[in-house]
Design a protein around this ligand. Structure first.
Ligand code: GRF
Length: 212
């Protein structure tokens, strides 16, 4: 069975979805850079080793990332899962985990990398928005895409209603991506991910539609 370590910074709802999906993986630890992260309490309550590696005493990203790598590598994970981990990682960190570091981003990448994705989607007037699970490369929010989920953007949406609709899908696709990894169904080649045996097509999502 493969081992994963999950990194969080806050409420940890994606981490909870991963825990509750009962995946065929060993969740060795949940690590937060914020000692008071709500998600740490949840992990502890579930009996998962949960700890903080506080970034604040560090004067450089490199020194924080070195301590974080040490904490992660103690568990020898096959996969490191960024689940709302709000730190920019150094190239050294990313290279250390090449092919075994994944992230979830709340937009349909390559649209809206970075922060405030829901607000920017509303301002751009897109009709379809969503979320992306991708392997992490040094260019932020640009790594090979594993899976995406699309949701409609309604005319009366606020940042909050849109975020909630996207988050619901995040909670489906992140456990799914990790299940595929655990089943050795992901292959990375030439910057693209192939998901073996998972090409069931759904009808296209078109929005808006028209009711007759
Ligand atoms: C999610 O929207 C995720 O896509 C983004 O940060 C948020 C984290 O939420 N990277 P949670 O901590 O998993 O609830």
């Amino acid at each position: 069975m493969k081992t994963i370590v999950i990194l969080i910074s806050g409420r940890g709802s994606n981490m909870q979805a991963i825990v509750e999906a009962n995946l065929p993986v060993r969740i060795a630890a949940v690590i937060s850079n914020q000692p008071d992260a709500e998600g740490l309490r949840y992990a502890q309550a579930k009996g998962i080793p949960a700890m903080a590696v506080d970034h604040r005493p560090h004067t450089s990203r490199a020194s924080f990332d070195t301590e974080l790598m040490r904490a992660i590598d103690h568990y020898a994970p096959d996969l490191v899962v960024l689940a709302g981990f709000m730190r920019i990682l150094t190239d050294d960190f990313v290279h250390h985990y090449t092919g075994r570091l994944i992230n979830i981003h709340p937009s349909l990448l390559p649209a809206f990398p970075g922060l405030a994705t829901h607000q920017r989607a509303l301002e751009a007037g897109v009709k379809i928005h969503g979320c992306t699970v991708h392997f992490v490369t040094p260019a932020i929010d640009h790594g090979p895409i594993v899976v995406q989920a699309a949701v409609p953007v309604k005319s009366d949406d606020t940042r909050e209603t849109l975020a909630a609709r996207v988050l619901e899908q995040e909670h489906h696709i992140y456990p799914q991506a990790i299940r595929w990894f655990a089943q050795d169904r992901l292959t990375l080649s030439a910057g693209r991910v192939n998901v073996h045996g998972a090409e069931t097509l759904k009808p296209a999502l078109c929005f808006p539609g028209e009711s007759l």
